[in-house]
Each structure stands twice: as structure tokens, then as C-alpha cells.
Ligand binder design. Structure first.
Ligand code: NAP
Length: 328
């Protein structure tokens, strides 16, 4: 089969399209024929070997075939697999601990990483949800305890995760501010943002506005800046950003949260939670939370697709479409 292979850390050019052996499922695994795989910023971070990626492989990538989000069809199952059968259409997130490998024609994975794909979604649409929409939902609802009428700010709102977070925050009745670059602001308004901020013109932590809940996917400031932007009982949750900010949130944020009424902490992520995927499927059907898909690329162009995402121009999600001669 064809797969995108990554044997060393570096820019997207280190990726190679290769012919590799088609995997065979172990007893508890499902062989999936990949039809679409959406990109997340975490995918280029894994290829580049940024700080978060090196926990798994300090010197070289732990997994040779990258790619985490998947939508596809079950091709074969191991003899202990109970929940799926050949022909089932599935979606899921194969990031740690599920082995990645979605930038390929086929991948083998534990059945626990998969759920039945809603029939109302195309493979491309389905591939955008498992990581970005689930993190957004769980972070806002469970960790953020989002309430109607709250002032909620999403930083990095125009990207893959942010476009889901804006729609989900609106669904919970919040007054939503989306922060991103100028070219993404009209799109943010179109998906429901009440206010928008161009981060190249204004630093939201210095504007004097206070927010009840801040979800930041590109956090690199001091936590005292974030603390200042919170209302008296406000909550700041970091999803992505610099190592320095993560460490401050984990170490100092915990202390600040104990001694005061403002809270600073990490996002929530329980991958492949089937109830949450089912909820998102219903919201899609009702037209309330829909993917914003910017571009589609074929498997052979994963390096170009990652470069495009990394340059920061993508409005929402970028999707890899995997073509097969036999469409079943
Ligand atoms: N904690 C977890 O459980 C977990 C799991 C998976 C992923 N993540 C992290 O989540 C992060 C975001 O993922 P994603 O897929 O949504 O990324 P993405 O699609 O690249 O979106 C990031 C957005 O932020 C914007 N941006 C860049 N610099 C900014 C700034 N200084 N202020 C405001 N906005 C800015 C980008 O636009 P421009 O570049 O055009 O400005 C882009 O629209 C990644 O860092 C990833 O590691 C966390």
C-alpha cells in the first residue's frame, strides 16, 4: 500500500510517499481502509519534533507513519473484535496511545479507537471531528463548565480546533470572542463569533476586557497576562502553545487556582468518547456544529498540506482525501 513515511524530525519535506507492506490486523485489531484524514497542528508538530512530540521519541519519531484523525471503512477484523465488521464506516482519532498511521491507504488499530461514522456525513466531513471537535467540546463543557451568558474568548479561533470551539461555545449560550489573524475574522463572524480580534493589532490580555472563560490554542504569554484577562471567577484553559507557558500553567497555575478564585489549567481530552462523538453527529445533522473545510489534498501531497497548515493560512480544517481504485 502507499503511505507517507517519516523516519526523522524536520520540515514537511522529510516526509516520503512510499510503497510499504499492507498491515494485517492482530486478534484485537481492525484493518481500516482510510478514506479521509484531517490535519491537526499536532501533526506538523510531530513531524518537526517540537517539545510535546519528543516525549514519545526523543531522537526520532516513535511512529513511522503520521496522521491521527481518520474516517474510513472496516476492511477486516481480528478474531477477538466484537464491535465492528467488514464494511462498517468508522471515524476516530488514532493519536497517542493508538499508534497514528492515518496518512496511508490502510491502518490497523484497536477497536477502542473507533466509532461508527454517522451516515449523514461524508468521509471528509467526518475526518475533521475526532480530535479538534472532541477537545473543543470536552474543554468548554467539562473543564470550562461553560454557562449561558458567559463571556468566552477563543484564541486561535480560526484554526481546526478554534472553529469548532466557537460554534460549541455559541451553542451553550456564551457571548463569544474569536481571536485570530485579519483574514480569518469574516469567517469567524459567519460561524457565530459575536466579537473578533485581530491578534496582530491587539493583545487581548491588555485590552482591559475580562472573560469568564478563555480557551487558548496558541498560548505563549506569561500566565499573569492571562490571569489579568479573567473575570473574578474566570477560568483559563491552555490547549496548545509554548513549553514555557505550559510549565507555568501546570506549576504556578495550580497554585494560583488554589489560593484565589481565578483558575488556570490544562484542557480536557478523552479521545474517542463515543457519547461525545454521537452528540457531535447530532449537532452536525441539525446544522449547529459543522466543519469549516478550507482545502483538500491527495495522500501524495501530505507535505504540501502540512506546509499550508503550518504557514497559518488555513481557514478551519485541511483534509487529506485517500483515493482507492476499488471504492468499496
Ligand atoms: N492538549 C491537547 O490535548 C492537545 C491535543 C491535540 C492538539 N493540541 C494542540 O492544539 C493546538 C492547536 O491546534 P489546531 O489544530 O487548532 O491548530 P491550527 O489549525 O493551526 O490553528 C491555530 C490557529 O491559531 C492562529 N494563530 C497563530 N498564532 C496566533 C496568535 N499569536 N494569536 C492568536 N491566534 C494565532 C493561526 O492562524 P495564523 O497562523 O494565520 O495567525 C490558526 O488559525 C496545537 O498546538 C496542538 O499541539 C493539544
Amino acid at each position: 500500500m502507499k503511505a507517507i513515511v517519516c523516519t526523522k524530525y524536520g520540515p514537511p519535506d522529510v516526509l516520503q510517499l512510499k510503497e510499504v507492506e499492507k498491515p494485517t490486523p492482530k486478534d484485537d485489531e481492525v484493518l481500516v481502509k482510510v478514506r479521509a484524514a484531517s490535519l491537526n497542528a499536532a501533526d506538523f508538530e510531530i513531524v518537526r519534533g517540537t517539545w510535546s512530540a519528543r516525549f514519545g521519541g526523543p531522537l526520532r519519531p516513535m511512529y513511522k507513519i503520521p496522521g491521527s484523525d481518520i474516517a474510513g471503512r472496516v476492511d477486516a477484523v481480528g478474531r477477538n473484535v466484537k464491535q465492528f465488521q467488514p464494511g462498517d464506516e468508522i471515524w476516530g482519532d488514532l493519536s497517542f496511545p493508538y499508534g497514528y498511521g492515518t496518512f496511508a491507504e490502510y491502518v490497523c488499530v484497536s477497536e477502542n479507537a473507533l466509532a461508527l461514522k454517522p451516515a449523514s456525513m461524508t468521509f471528509e466531513e467526518a475526518s475533521t471531528y475526532p480530535q479538534a471537535a472532541i477537545i473543543s467540546l470536552q474543554t468548554l463543557r467539562d473543564k470550562g463548565q461553560i454557562q449561558p451568558g458567559q463571556k468566552v474568548l477563543i484564541n486561535g479561533a480560526g484554526g481546526g480546533m478554534g472553529t469548532f470551539a466557537v460554534q460549541i461555545a455559541k451553542l451553550y449560550g456564551a457571548e463569544v470572542t474569536g481571536v485570530d489573524s485579519e483574514m480569518k475574522l469574516d469567517m469567524l463572524r459567519s460561524i457565530g463569533a459575536d466579537h473578533v480580534i485581530d491578534y496582530t493589532q491587539e493583545d487581548y490580555t491588555k485590552s482591559g476586557q475580562r472573560y469568564d472563560l478563555i480557551v487558548d490554542v496558541v498560548a505563549y504569554r506569561s500566565i499573569f497576562d492571562y490571569r489579568r484577562a479573567l473575570s473574578p471567577e474566570g477560568n483559563f484553559l491552555i490547549v496548545g502553545g509554548s513549553l514555557a507557558t505550559f510549565l507555568q500553567v501546570v506549576l504556578l497555575g495550580t497554585l494560583i487556582s488554589r489560593i484565589g478564585s481565578k483558575k488556570l489549567g490544562l484542557n480536557k481530552y478523552e479521545p474517542n468518547n463515543r457519547e461525545d462523538l454521537a452528540m457531535l453527529a447530532e449537532l452536525f445533522k441539525a446544522g449547529k456544529v459543522v466543519p469549516v473545510i478550507d482545502r483538500r489534498y491527495p495522500l501524495s501531497e501530505v507535505p504540501e498540506a502540512l506546509r499550508y497548515l503550518e504557514e497559518g493560512h488555513a481557514l478551519g480544517k485541511v483534509v487529506i482525501t485517500v483515493e482507492h481504485n476499488n471504492k468499496t
